[in-house]
Design a protein around this ligand. Structure first.
Ligand code: BGC
Length: 749
């Protein structure tokens, strides 16, 4: 397609205000086809003769804008008439509004831009184009303020003013066709109640923590206002609480026209369950006039899980909602405070679960493109993506976070069998491995550096985020794992991986001699860079080798000899008992701990941890009324008080990665060959659950695993899609290999 060009306003609009690029044109002949190509630096909605075009919202989504901005291609034929008005409303969005951490800043662009072309094909075969150029007028807009973090003001009394004709802009911000999944309004939720809190505030409860915005239908006097502030939780006294949003105001202001109005934000989003009504015209509040509109990337649901335990079903519900809330165009850490960033650690931790629950292929095709675009020349991968906010404004190059670039492509290849995830990303994976190779003073270990470590682990110091496990050990273990994934990927692609196999062998050897003795991690690890790390506010110079997370990583990444496994698992069990039969693991250890226990003959202990209800556990938050996953195991403490406001999200999906174990171990579905070409079905029945079943719409077709207790026996029902070979392994050791079809078994209890 012929290149689109940017245009801009001749006069800077008021801070945060939306503007409209407008053009009127007439058609002289009947139209056969009209196609609109459109984009903006900012977020936009496009209207033809007053009708919104396309199903998407918050377009063009969040990319690494200086490398690429997506444009949409819309069929607008049905909206054309003889006289036409094309309007492209642009608000600051991620690109021009606040974004980043520590309050965010305007990082990507200093002003909004628009680009469009309308291609008209007449029935007589002639073609005409309407170019987005200086023939467009620029007007102010009734959205007088919009910011991703701070919310939106819609003033229905506002009379738009002409700012002048658009000016051509430079060619920064390259345009590319939309690659990601559509961002759409997905669900409409009515409030479950209107609460008057002990402080006398009026608060709507939508019953579910979510991402999106609130609409309102109302008639009042001209100029009257409705002001809404959002929150995820109430405090222990039942009062509205939003201090954990930090600087993000998440406020909606609606100014009434005097006629019947329908307000719906479109240029910001909020993460919330509760909405406080700060201002309202002098009339009774009609809760039914409000709707919460859930917004996220439009992904096809592929995985479902259910069992006979209501609390575990609630946990699963919370995982799904954590997922929906944090897959709004990019994989975010959380959808509400002044972050909402594509944190790479969180992304890699959750990606396998995500790829079972939903078809995430287009979503990740796009995001991995941004990750590639932002890889540093030396191979480094940042802590978030999109990341390049500004040259002075970076996250860390950290172990377990940067490894997203090897873990995600490999996981997607395993789940979908599509090797384009490997071929497109192989060079990025290789360069990241080479970055780690040269990162520290030792060639085969990653020592030093500034990491997040086993973030939020329970063995961290009081109110600290840095877990106790040596970051040198963690970084070297992830280095080994990334090289392993690189080798496997290279082999799939038919590359000679000899050099990297030698590197891998050297890393494992160096790891074992530096961090282990007698087949065990050393108690303490001599820290290489205490001084460097002590400078940082989150990192304490941690040196522990003998932790749950260290053993979990050694076992999961296969850094031990086969004959050392049993003693390591015994030691892990001992450490769990010593910690009150609980996990001390954080972001990096938790995703693997139950897998490691189940795979090494400690299924009962895995279940014990899974069923724990005290802090730290998955059910602790369920017992405290959670409807999404929390950032901390105990975001609400036992006494009802909250974790520090600086870091306390109630919608952080990372610990939801346990769903991968629920499908994989409770229902027993293990992918043995990429794209579910071969699987093992080896469920782990347990009486507390009573039954468990899952259905996964794999690329081969529908796979089901179901077990239940009946008449003193345990019954198993499996559905295997054609194109898939399944190795069925029952708890009594009975094994059978089958092809597509349905299978039932029962064994004595
Ligand atoms: C985010 C995390 C992220 C972390 C880095 C936090 O502020 O919310 O989820 O991974 O920073 O450690």
């Amino acid at each position: 397609m012929k290149q689109l060009h940017w245009i801009k306003s001749p006069i800077a609009p008021a801070e945060g205000a939306a503007i409209t690029f407008r053009k009127e044109f007439s058609l002289s002949k009947p139209i056969a086809q009209a196609t609109l190509y459109v984009s903006a630096v900012g977020v936009y909605r496009v209207f033809l003769n007053g009708k919104k075009q396309g199903r998407q919202v918050l377009t063009p989504g969040f990319t690494s804008y200086t490398s690429r901005v997506q444009y949409e291609t819309l069929d607008v034929t049905a909206s054309l008439q003889a006289e036409n008005r094309l309007e492209l409303t642009v608000a600051p969005g991620w690109a021009v509004g606040h974004i980043g951490y520590d309050g965010g800043k305007k990082a990507w662009a200093d002003h909004m831009r628009a680009a469009c072309r309308l291609e008209l094909t007449y029935t007589d075969g002639t073609v005409q184009t309407v170019e987005g150029d200086s023939s467009f007028e620029v007007w102010t807009h009734e959205v007088t303020f919009a910011d991703i973090y701070h919310g939106e003001t819609i003033d229905k009394t506002y009379i738009p003013e002409l700012l002048g004709n658009a000016l051509p802009d430079d060619d920064q911000y390259p345009l590319v066709p939309q690659q990601g999944a559509d961002i759409t309004e997905q669900e409409y939720i009515a409030p479950v109640k209107l609460i008057v809190t002990p402080k006398g505030e009026r608060v709507l409860d939508f019953g579910q923590n979510m991402t999106g915005y609130v609409s309102l239908r109302i008639k009042g006097k001209r100029g009257e206002r409705v002001v809404l502030t959002h929150a995820e939780v109430l405090d222990k006294d039942g009062n509205f609480y939003n201090a954990n949003y930090r600087t993000a105001q998440n406020r909606l202001t609606f100014v009434l026209s005097g006629d019947e109005d329908f307000f719906k934000p479109g240029y910001s989003f909020q993460g919330f369950r509760y909405v406080r009504i700060d201002e309202y015209p002098e009339q009774a509040i009609d809760p039914n006039a409000f709707r919460a509109i859930v917004v996220h990337s439009d992904l096809t649901r592929t995985g479902r899980f259910a069992c006979g335990d209501a609390k575990i079903n609630q946990l699963y519900h919370n995982i799904i909602w954590g997922h929906k809330s944090n897959y709004l165009d990019i994989p975010t850490d959380c959808p509400q405070r002044d972050e909402r960033l594509g944190w790479t650690g969180d992304t890699q931790v959750f990606c396998r679960t995500a790829a079972i629950n939903y078809d995430v292929r287009p979503f990740f095709k796009k995001w991995l493109g941004d990750l590639r675009a932002e890889q540093e020349p030396n191979g480094a991968i940042w802590g978030t993506c999109p990341e390049k906010f500004a040259s002075d404004y970076h996250t860390r190059i950290a172990t377990g976070w940067g490894d997203v670039c090897t873990i995600v492509p490999w996981t997607l290849y395993e789940m979908y069998g599509d090797d384009s995830f490997l071929s497109e990303n192989f060079e990025m994976m290789r360069r990241w491995v080479e970055y780690m190779h040269g990162a520290g003073p030792e060639e085969f270990l990653w020592l030093g550096g500034t990491h997040y470590g086993d973030w939020l682990a329970m063995d961290a110091d009081q109110d600290s985020c840095a877990g106790a496990t040596s970051t040198d050990l963690i970084a070297s273990a992830f280095f080994a794992n990334s090289v392993d994934l690189l080798i496997r990927s290279g082999e799939v692609l038919g590359k000679d991986m000899t050099e990297y196999k030698t590197l891998y062998a050297n890393i494992v050897k160096a790891f074992r001699s530096y961090f282990m003795e007698n087949g065990m991690p050393k108690e303490t690890i001599a820290a290489v860079s205490d001084a460097e790390r002590a400078k940082d506010k989150y990192d304490i110079p941690v040196k522990k080798g003998m932790t749950q997370t260290a053993i979990v990583l050694i076992l999961h990444f296969n850094l031990c000899l086969p004959e050392e496994r049993k003693a390591l698992v015994d030691k892990l069990e001992e450490l769990i008992h010593a910690f009150g039969d609980k996990m001390s693991t954080g972001f990096l250890g938790t995703p693997y701990i139950l897998h490691v226990l189940s795979e090494n003959g400690r299924s009962e202990l895995a279940y014990k941890l899974f069923f724990n209800e005290d802090n730290p556990s998955w059910l602790y938050s369920v017992n405290h009324g959670a409807t999404t996953m929390w950032e901390h195991w105990n975001s609400v403490k036992e006494d009802g008080s909250f974790w520090s406001t600086s870091m306390n999200s109630f919608n952080h999906y990372a610990y939801g990665a346990v769903a991968d174990w629920m499908y994989g171990k409770i229902c027993g579905v293990t992918v043995l060959e990429p794209g579910y070409r071969r699987v093992r079905l080896s469920p782990a029945p347990c009486e507390r659950l009573g039954f468990a079943k899952c259905g996964i719409d794999t690329v081969q077709g529908r796979l089901e695993s179901h077990w239940y207790y009946a008449d003193g026996r345990i019954c198993f029902e499996f559905t295997v899609p054609n194109g898939c070979e399944a190795e069925i392994v029952l708890p009594n050791g009975q094994t059978e290999t089958v092809g597509g079809g349905s299978y039932c078994y029962s064994v004595a209890q």
